[in-house]
Design a protein around this ligand. Sequence first.
Ligand code: URA
Length: 209
Amino acid sequence: MSNVHVINHPLVQHKLTLMRKKEASTNSFRRLLNELASLMAYEVTRDMPMSEVEIETPLETMKAKVIDGKKLVFVSILRAGNGILEGMLNVVPGARVGHVGLYRDPKTLTAVEYYFKMPSEMHERDVVIVDPMLATGNSAIAAVDRLKEMKPKSIKFVCLLTCPEGVAALQKAHPDVPIYTAAIDRQLNDHGYILPGLGDAGDRIFGTK
Ligand code: URA
């Protein structure tokens, strides 16, 4: 699991516990996800390339660091990925945003694409794919497959929660894609849900159940 980063920061873990509770309201679930996504954005962007530019402070000229290259792209796997986007954009407000629409066929649990829209010049950009739950791995694999066609500089995958099955599936298909998560739970159930998990992330974010 060398390419898996579990973000153990106490704030991340505390907020995740609050989100898991079945009595958490839609409002607090969404707010916590937003806060958690901002904290995770720090970890995910830790190794962004930097360069130096000359600037003038009120006192003198200096060489100062800036993030190098074209703007980062956050790619949200619809719809639950949108719950993570806002928190990430709070920390990286200049990032571009792409969307992949994938739904899980309830019988086969395979990913079916219905939407795909990315910013221009993807081959010059680093990509961070966001989806709260890495469960079977089917949606994540399908999203990475599609994005690799655009030949971005790099791809990372960020989720809130995953399980051994999801990690294994994504790593088998795409060993070069690092996974960032707040926890690796016990297992997947027969319906493709993570146990103990937090239920259906989309329903909890949008209050649709
Ligand atoms: N998607 C969810 O929303 N929850 C799970 O547990 C698995 C996939």
